[in-house]
Design a protein. Structure first.
Length: 91
């Protein structure tokens, strides 16, 4: 079992070049459409690798990344994020 907590995992995940590129693309789209930082509660959303428009921040940010789902080989190898997070909440 890996000894990563969620904050460490997120930090490593978000450093990936692919994540940086995705984040920059979404920020550019939000700025272009005038919704970046205006407090309207909307985020640009990716579906199928393409920007498909806007949806609520809550829905968009709550969706699990495929690489982070339990049992999937993700960024840190086979790592069951759900079990680790549950364990931390109990402990």
């Amino acid at each position: 079992m890996h000894k990563y907590n969620k904050a460490e995992y997120d930090k490593k995940f978000n450093k990936k070049p692919s994540q940086r590129k995705k984040r920059a693309e979404l920020n550019r789209y939000n700025r272009k459409k005038g919704t970046y930082g205006n407090g309207d509660g909307l985020d640009a959303s990716h579906k199928g690798g393409k920007i498909v428009g806007f949806e609520s921040e809550k829905k968009n940010r709550g969706r699990a990344e495929k690489s982070r789902l339990p049992g999937k080989k993700g960024f840190l190898g086979k790592w069951d994020a759900h079990k680790v997070i549950q364990k931390q909440r109990k402990g």
